[in-house]
Design a protein around this ligand. Sequence first.
Ligand SMILES: Nc1ncnc2c1ncn2[C@@H]1O[C@H](COP(=O)(O)OP(=O)(O)OP(=O)(O)O)[C@@H](O)[C@H]1O
Ligand SMILES: [Mg+2]
Length: 377
Amino acid sequence: MTATRHDELETLRARVEELSDALRRSEARLATILESLPFDLWVMDEEGRYVLQNETSKRHWGEAIGMRPETALDISLEKERVASRWEENNRRAFAGETVRGEVSYDLEGETRHYVEIITPVLDGSRVRGILGVNIDVTDTKRLVTQIERAQRIESLSLFAAGIAHDFNNTLLAVMGATSVLQRELGANERASALLAEVDTACLAARGLTRQLQTFARAGPPERRIVALPTLLAETIRMMLRGTSTKSDLQVEQGLWSVEADEAQLRQVFQNLVLNASQAMQDAGEVRVRATNTALASMRGGKVGPGRFVLVEVEDNGPGIPPEKLGRIFEPYFSTKEQGRGLGLAVVQSIVERHGGAVFATSSEDRGTRMEVYLPAQ
Ligand SMILES: Nc1ncnc2c1ncn2[C@@H]1O[C@H](COP(=O)(O)OP(=O)(O)OP(=O)(O)O)[C@@H](O)[C@H]1O
Ligand SMILES: [Mg+2]
């Protein structure tokens, strides 16, 4: 071999190595990108077998490479519905269509919502396989539900405020007329006594409308440092008077202080203690616990991080079945004959206006626990 040929070969070899290196780097980079995608991604070949799956997908569905969907994946939610939908969507994607849809899956112990896109992998015009992604939209959906609920409460408040206002005016007219009548019929003792009764009833009714207006009043709560232990003790005593429900109140020593609208906070715990007592049909025991809680991160997509006073109101009643648990904070949702279904809607609206959050957990054998997080000073 001549010297020049040798040199040429060496240059070529170096070049090939350089290229393979670049290829390896690029592959590694692609793999990293693939693995760090925050959504499921998978690719299926023409035979309908998985040939690629990122980490997120493996975590959610288990390892599926080389398998077909019906054998590979472990689905706990409505197996058949999911399987037939997959079949249909995959078939359409193999026929060249991009399929989009919203689906819910039961993953890692909770129901999560996904936007799912399945699209053909094309080589020229030939379909070589299909590619799918699942993007988690659970938190967005949750937010939309919260906004909708806030709007419902808002319109309910406006409605209540409107009624209270008009009713008040009507009462004023009645009271005006009675005072004129009082003067004119002053000599008639019986008429006068009756008019005094009308007046007293009107005053009571005005008290009621004022309460309604206080609840409906828009705007931030009037905050002051609240003596939570006393407030809790008083509320429990007041709500359980005349019932045979027992109670147990535990307050952590050195409880952080809370700045809140005292009247509104009373309403919160009145409703929770009342619900607990009603659930246990006036028997059983309501346990209330107040503790200092530092949240390192956000809890339930609603509250934190930060310092909170956590008040738990717990009962050993019949609990709330899972299909109802998601609805108890809705205005007008009630399972009671005489219930208006406003108690928990008011609780949630007040607590959230204070920058806190309320959570409900329940099981049929252990009863119900309501957790109220209030921002601490
Ligand atoms: N501690 C509890 N145990 C069992 N079920 C509960 C409990 N608290 C609330 N619930 C359920 O949630 C529903 C809604 O409660 P909420 O307080 O909003 O309305 P209500 O008590 O039915 O009526 P209102 O409070 O307006 O008088 C109740 O009807 C009940 O089904
Ligand atoms: Mg109630």
